[in-house]
Design a protein around this ligand. Sequence first.
Ligand SMILES: Cc1cc2nc3c(=O)[nH]c(=O)nc-3n(C[C@H](O)[C@H](O)[C@H](O)COP(=O)(O)OP(=O)(O)OC[C@H]3O[C@@H](n4cnc5c(N)ncnc54)[C@H](O)[C@@H]3O)c2cc1C
Length: 462
Amino acid sequence: VPELNPEFSAELKKAITEGKALFGDQISEDYAHDELALAMAFPDVLVIAACADEIVDTVRLCNKYRVPLVVRGSGTGLCGAAVASGGLLLDLSGMNRVLELDEDNLCIRVEPGIMLMELTEYVESRGLFYPPDPGEKTATIAGNISTNAGGMRAVKYGVTRDYVRELEVVTGSGDRLTLGGRVAKNSSGYSLKDLIVGSEGTLAVILSATLKLLPLPTVIVSLLLPYDDIQSAIETVPKLMRSKCAPTAVEFFERSTLLYAEDYLGKKFPDSKSAAYLLLTFDGQSESEVEREYTEAAELCIDAGALDAFIIATEERRDAVWSARGAFLEAIKASAGGMDECDVVVPRAKVADFIVFSHEIERKLGIRLSSFGHAGDGNLHIYLCRDKMPDTEYREKLAEAFRLLYEKARELRGKVSGEHGIGLAKKDWFMLQEPAVSVGIMRSIKSAFDKNYILNPGKIFD
Ligand SMILES: Cc1cc2nc3c(=O)[nH]c(=O)nc-3n(C[C@H](O)[C@H](O)[C@H](O)COP(=O)(O)OP(=O)(O)OC[C@H]3O[C@@H](n4cnc5c(N)ncnc54)[C@H](O)[C@@H]3O)c2cc1C
């Protein structure tokens, strides 16, 4: 373990609740990786913060002694962004309180470490709705904000960024400030709050977040649409989006992915005979409106080649179907003996081209690519599975498959990451595709927030 400056360690111990600053081999291996565990590294010191003042003191000390600092929520990220190689790791998962519910302004202020499932339960039990719905419900809200998480309902409601009204932060340079405001509109200068969203802990540490809420929809119905092939399924999507159906979610998956989920969960899906599926959801406040939407969507899909349209109206069936959808990542992971992921986003009308291309790569390189994704917003999750391949062969095939996939995404005018972020895992691809001028501006923004480059150094770009 590299030596920390003893004065830094002594000051840190004074600033932090006793027993909550852990050094060297006191730090458990859980902190050495995130969910995909592609990057493995230990910090020199772990701080488990109890309150905003402790966070601010920690950041200021790290800035004073130039100690690199990585913030961590639940560590469920998928690209190594929350992994610290030396320096200080700041765990905020214990700071999970609701600070204020402002029903008149339809917003809620929370601590950074509240889990998405805790937030959802809190607001829904009061008839309110926080729409962003990324698959991992144990992730923290600050983790969601820092990766600008998307999820299933982005088609109708947008992504995390669209729900962040105000952020209280401490910058890497140690300034504590509030960005944005509890207002529905804001044309007052640069939106610094929006720079923090998606910045993966490289600009500031989020101390609290004020989020926009909506009234909770009372009627929710899903539609499961089997198809003979993935191309016909996905080619339906632009037609759906042009119609007046307004789906909340438009997910696609292939039979192979579904079978892994059935195996993984030990449960049968309502239908698993067809080659490909679309899974749609509709929500609203009136039965008649939702019924009009899903009926129109079912007709449209059947005209476009769907073999059937299963209406999933009861909460029990909906949970069964969506919990299978929610388990896809874990199910593929369990089947793969090692995997890496590609989370590209392409224009919605190009998703089918991208999937067909990924099948070509699968055949050409002899590597299994399992995919599913958010067809309604062009965001695909493609998992490159190791199976029983020897290490060197897997690494070579992985590199070539990634090269081809990211080149194709660029050709289709897509982006390297739709919702999981860049972190460490996708940094090289991001640097390759992002114009040098844009990266230069990002570096200047980083220096403005974090003049000594202490926050999450080496992540997103060099
Ligand atoms: C099974 C599974 C399914 C998923 N499905 C989806 C999906 O459908 N859609 C989607 O968008 N994403 C999805 N994700 C990714 C998910 O959104 C992220 O894992 C999550 O947002 C990270 O939250 P976390 O609390 O675990 O953050 P961590 O992994 O701990 O950290 C993630 C990033 O946030 C930064 N960070 C954390 N807290 C703070 C803070 N207080 N201030 C500043 N920076 C901070 C970290 O430094 C790091 O850069 C999925 C992940 C899994 C494992």
